[in-house]
Write a protein that binds this ligand. Structure first.
Ligand code: HEC
Length: 125
């Protein structure tokens, strides 16, 4: 089980980042990779392969494999932003994909979109 330790480590890094940048305007804007490991990896996996600890065979849909250029190229950059902000419900996908529009700032969502593009090494249609 690497999972648990990884998340505790991620939480620690986030707390640490907040501690060394108090009051700076970017205090809430964690780097995309940290946000991904903190908010997304539980389902999508730390490497984005869709195999996080919450992705079990008993679920009706699997979290998207973010490293699949084939799957990810079907989504435009705006699609990615919409689904991260509004969750699966906003994009007629599974509501297993939660909305993050209230948790993350717009800048963080855009940074995550760029991070997703790095993971898939692909561009949207
Ligand atoms: C509770 C589990 C869970 C978490 C946490 C989660 N996702 Fe998802 N995600 C899913 C599932 C399940 C799907 C597949 C939905 C479908 O295909 O109907 C999905 C699909 C997606 C898709 C593809 C949507 C599409 O239209 O094909 C993107 C992009 C995505 N997630 C990004 C993220 C990002 C970024 C985060 C973190 C900010 C995140 N997800 C957190 C479960 C999760």
């Amino acid at each position: 089980m690497v999972g648990k330790t990884t998340y505790i480590a991620a939480a620690f890094v986030l707390a640490f980042a907040a501690a060394i940048f108090p009051g700076s305007t970017t205090a809430n804007a964690a780097p995309a990779e940290l946000n991904y490991k903190f908010y997304c990896a539980q389902c999508h996996g730390t490497d984005g392969k869709g195999d996080g600890p919450n992705a079990t065979k008993s679920q009706p849909v699997s979290p998207r494999n973010h490293t699949s250029a084939k799957e990810m190229a079907k989504l435009t950059d705006q699609d990615l932003i919409n689904v991260v902000k509004g969750g699966g419900a906003a994009t007629s996908k599974s509501t297993m994909m939660p909305p993050f529009g209230k948790t993350l700032t717009d800048d963080e969502v855009v940074a995550l979109k760029d991070y997703l593009r790095k993971l898939c090494n692909c561009k949207g249609n």
